[in-house]
Design a protein around this ligand. Structure first.
Ligand code: ADP
Ligand code: ZN
Length: 636
């Protein structure tokens, strides 16, 4: 997508080389009018003894010269004589010397003209080294093409072949619709690029790196370009996968080169697409690990190296934030994260609006209707639908694009996406609606949970985004036990809702259960929150997988303690399960209302949710007030 249309110099080098070589061979044949006839050494020696040779050139391996007379030629066996005679006078010949010959001594006493030659002559030596070198070049070229890797060995380490530099991107924020939150966050960066002094004067620090997280086609690249376009600064873009090459060290050199260029062009935006390709957790995977690690380390070094206010801002995109090396996300690196969800109904309408700007629409086209029929579509999918519809109308020679053309385009896109299993069927949608409603309802009815900002059933393909609560990271460890228990409840809300409503469970809760288990283990093993185990702490798997992963795994507790830990984890989860079940049974009516509104609108914001809860709670006077405080419930 971002490949520069560049001439491939490697091919030109090879072509010039081959042509030059062929020219040399032709010249040799043409310049030497009478070729040398090859003869065996015995023939040469016979002629030498008969004093029939002349004008000898003696190299360490070869003797060339002429036979003086036709009579001399006639001395030789008929077949060899024919070879020499064929070329006619002056009967030039060549022979390979044999080990231990004494040509020098024999010639010293004769009148034969002879001279020593240091080597085989230019043509021979060319054969000697040029051919293998050319062979290697061709082989290298071939192999690297096959590997899809190195394109230009003349510029190893330069990122230029894949680096896309654009003076000022023409994309603006107006070209992006439906992701207003992300836009608002990036506007600050534009502000800084436009008025750096205002921030510098106040001593403000602008983030060096911003990570944009979102499913493919949700507009990550578009956003990055728009930042450059709005700020009118150069846009340097490279894909993470372009860094990692077949040779160790090349990626690191490319990173260095990229930052060098960026510093020269500052203020500018550097955009690294597919950051996960080079930023995977170190020490995993097998192939070309060294290379990736070196590249990643170089990136970390460079990011730490440049001044926060130098005017270079690194934007990176990924759709798999969970596999990134935690070191990349530390303060001073990609410490600011912007998540982009697939657009909701309104967002989709706005995106369609942007893309039909230059399309001639028939009067029957209703964008709201189209938006409601494309749940799960990302921005790129919608752009594609508009394009396909336009092509379809053009094919039929219509004056304007009609609703029927859009129908056709949506059907086609759906078929393609179903293969990629991105579009949910109705049953799945209902399941997900109840699952998310469960999370939201439990979280809202717990005193210590963060308020639910948004509930969404739009597939987003990115795990653990939005309002879904996560296992606390290291700097969020100062949480009270009651808060952790409430989190546990909210984690299980989805699963329990499925149990209660469908009397059946789905795979959708796997991630929640992971989180809940990790949280429970953490509480018991690290935070001393189990009365059974007391204040002792134990090494935690989750911690080892994170920043402690380099420490050798070691058991510091006995078998029986391990069993107690498992039992305690289980107890915590079971208790949480019981609490959540009680809550959801009590508020079943509310659960249904939230789920059905979710099905209708796909996304509910905090206000809508709260309103729904308030209405239902005043309606139903029978509902037993608020749930008891979690600490008390734990004792129950
Ligand atoms: P990503 O980098 O997230 O994979 P891109 O930014 O490359 O996605 O988006 C591909 C195309 O999809 C864009 O060029 C644009 O035409 C369209 N697109 C995606 N998101 C939006 C959006 N929010 N508004 C308008 N167009 C969008
Ligand atoms: Zn869930």
């Amino acid at each position: 997508m971002f490949m520069d249309k560049k001439v491939d110099f490697s091919n030109i080098v090879v072509i010039i080389g081959v042509m030059g070589f062929v020219a040399l061979l032709i010249a040799e044949v043409l310049l030497i009018k009478t070729p040398f006839a090859p003869i065996p050494y015995s023939d040469f020696h016979k002629l030498l003894v008969a004093r029939q040779v002349d004008n000898l050139e003696i190299s360490p391996t070869r003797v060339t010269g002429t036979v003086r007379t036709a009579a001399g030629v006639a001395l030789l066996p008929a077949s060899d004589a024919a070879v020499i005679a064929k070329n006619g006078a002056p009967y030039r010949f060549t022979t390979v010397r044999v080990n231990g010959d004494r040509i020098g001594e024999e010639l010293a006493t004769s009148d034969i003209r002879y001279a020593g030659v240091a080597d085989e002559g230019w043509a021979g030596s060319l054969f000697g080294w040029l051919l293998p070198v050319l062979g290697f070049i061709l082989l290298w070229n071939f192999l690297s093409k096959r590997a899809g890797g190195l394109q230009n060995y003349a510029g190893i380490g330069k990122s230029r072949p894949t680096l896309y530099v654009q003076q000022a991107s023409s994309v603006t924020f107006d070209d992006i619709a439906g992701i207003d939150e992300a836009k608002a966050e990036l506007k600050q960066i534009v502000e800084f690029l436009c008025n750096p002094d205002r921030y510098r004067r106040l001593g403000g620090k602008i983030p060096k790196g911003v990570l944009i997280v979102g499913a493919p086609g949700t507009g990550k690249t578009l956003l990055a370009k728009a930042v450059a376009g709005e700020a009118k600064v150069p846009f340097l873009s490279i894909s993470g996968s372009a860094f990692v090459e077949m040779f160790v060290g090349v990626g690191a050199a490319r990173v260095r080169d990229l930052f060098e260029q960026a510093t020269q062009k500052a203020p500018c935006i550097v955009f690294i697409d597919e950051l996960d390709a080079l930023g995977k957790v170190r020490g995993t995977g097998t192939v070309s690990n060294d290379e990736r690690e070196q590249t990643l380390n170089q990136l970390l070094v460079e990011m730490d190296g440049f001044e926060p206010n130098s005017g270079v801002i690194i934007l990176a995109a990924t759709n798999r934030p969970e596999i990134l090396d935690p070191a990349l996300l530390r303060p001073g690196r990609f410490d600011r994260h912007i998540a982009i969800d697939r657009p909701d109904l309104t967002g989709r309408r706005q995106i369609l609006q942007v893309h039909v700007k230059h399309v001639k629409l028939a009067t029957d086209v209703d964008l709201t209707e189209l938006a409601s029929r494309t749940p799960g579509f990302a921005g790129a999918d919608l752009a594609n639908v508009v394009n396909e519809a336009t092509l379809h109308a053009a094919e039929l020679n219509k004056a304007a694009v009609e609703m029927a053309d859009f129908d056709e385009a949506i059907d086609r896109a759906m078929a393609g996406m179903e293969r990629k299993s991105r579009v949910m069927n109705e049953q799945e949608k209902i399941t997900i609606a109840y699952h998310e409603a469960g999370h939201a309802l439990v979280a809202q009815s717990r005193a210590h949970c963060d308020p639910v900002k948004k509930v969404s059933i739009i597939p987003r393909g990115v795990a653990a985004l939005g309002y879904t609560q996560q296992v606390p990271t290291e700097d969020r460890y100062v949480l009270r036990e009651s808060e952790l228990l409430d989190r546990l409840d909210a984690c299980l809300g989805g699963r329990v809702a499925e149990e209660i409503v469908f009397n059946d469970i789905s795979t959708g809760a796997a991630n929640d259960l992971d989180q809940a288990s990790a949280l429970a283990r953490h509480m018991i093993m690290r935070c001393g929150m189990s009365p059974q185990l007391g204040l002792a702490t134990f090494r935690d798997d989750a911690a080892r997988a994170g920043y402690l992963r380099f420490a050798a795994p070691q058991e510091r507790y006995s078998e029986s303690t391990a069993r107690t830990i498992d039992e305690e984890v289980r107890r915590l989860l079971d208790e949480a399960h019981a609490r959540v079940e009680r809550t959801l049974h009590e508020k079943r009516a509310l659960l249904d209302r939230i789920a059905s509104l979710l099905l209708e609108r796909e996304v509910l914001d905090h206000a809508t949710l709260q309103q729904l809860i308030d209405e239902t709670e005043t309606d139903a006077s029978s509902v037993t007030a608020k749930s008891a405080p979690p600490a008390a419930m734990r004792l129950a």
